[in-house]
Design a protein around this ligand. Structure first.
Ligand SMILES: *Cc1c(COP(=O)(O)O)cnc(C)c1O
Length: 199
């Protein structure tokens, strides 16, 4: 997936012209601004990969096809209430430090069950973001754990997508079974940091 946060709508259009169809955005409000310029791109799918506050769930359901960052049953129910046919991934927090968001691994089975009960939602997989480290090998144990967790919570006949790996560690993620890698910098260059975001 092409991660286009901070970049203008023209970057999405350029990437689309080169054949990319899956796009990741972090902020509902930022994508709301770009959406009119990319709404005509047939077959393009937009994934929310940043934290979603439940008061923005209605707008998010209008703008995105996939919400990768569901980490509570309450948020799942809010999204279900919108009636939009959404694809859902559960964001899992596999490390104590850093990321504030994501469900604890021991809660994922219950959360998966809650999403499966929502009639408008389709659970498609798990997503994670390991603590940032230049050395991709440091990410590998997290990728492996996400895959094992997916195997543990999937139902017979269900196949779980794994959204894991970014510009600096996507090779390791693919080796560990990633179905979605989320690549920004390696495609578009360095971003200017939005206020408040850690590097
Ligand atoms: C920004 C971001 C990415 C892309 O990171 P790069 O290092 O630029 O490839 C991937 N996933 C999430 C959740 C992000 O916020």
């Amino acid at each position: 997936m092409a991660v286009t946060k901070v970049f203008p709508a023209s970057a999405i259009r350029d990437a689309y012209a080169l054949g990319l169809r899956e796009f990741g955005e972090n902020y509902v409000q930022e994508f709301e601004g770009k959406h009119p310029e990319v709404a005509d791109l047939e077959g393009a799918r937009f994934h929310l990969i940043g934290h979603l506050q439940s008061n923005k769930s209605r707008r998010a359901a209008e703008l995105f096809s996939v919400i990768q960052t569901v980490d509570s049953a309450k948020l799942a129910r809010k999204l279900d209430e919108t009636g939009a046919p959404l694809e859902i991934m559960l964001e899992v927090k596999l490390s104590e430090e850093e990321s504030k968001y994501g469900a604890a691994p021991e809660t994922v089975a219950a959360l998966a069950a809650a999403v499966r009960q929502c009639s408008h939602l389709r659970l498609s997989g798990l997503m994670t973001m390991p603590p940032w480290c230049e050395d991709a090998e440091q990410s590998r144990p997290y990728f492996r754990r996400l895959r094992q967790l997916a195997e543990a919570v999937q139902l017979p006949g269900e196949s779980m997508a794994l959204s894991m790996g970014m510009s600096h560690d996507f090779e390791a993620a693919i080796e560990e079974g990633a179905t979605h890698i989320r690549v920004g910098t390696a495609l578009f260059g360095k971003r200017k940091l939005p206020q408040g975001e850690a590097p």
